[in-house]
Design a protein. Sequence first.
Length: 147
Amino acid sequence: MKSKLLRAATLGALVLATAPVHAADGFAKPKEAVEYREGVFNIMSTHMKRLGAMAKGDVPFDAAKAQASAQLIATLSTLPWEAFVPGTLGELKADPIKNAAEFKQLADKFEVQAKLLPASAATLDGLRGQLTTTSSSCKSCHESYRK
């Protein structure tokens, strides 16, 4: 069952990642941007937790599963930023539009680290090291913007 869910989530993420329309151009209502953004972050969070469980030893390390989750995170890492549009930012600590340069720097840092995850996830030690770095880059944005 988990394997089917992973395949479905991966397929859905790949469809989103290859869509030719920019996310900000595709929202008819602000609620759609929020749902899109939260959906991307929720899927990434699920896969970060799976990798964290392997890194901590809570579940057995499986390189194939780790790399699949890591690849999904790397793919999704490029998606949520365009959904930070006016009229959708009330739930945030700070305004990423007004702080665009800082926000972009944090987003770019996370994307770079996320893209290093798949290759690093081939081994448990590699996963542990890169997951820590990727998680830290994720956390730095949360500290500035997430309530």
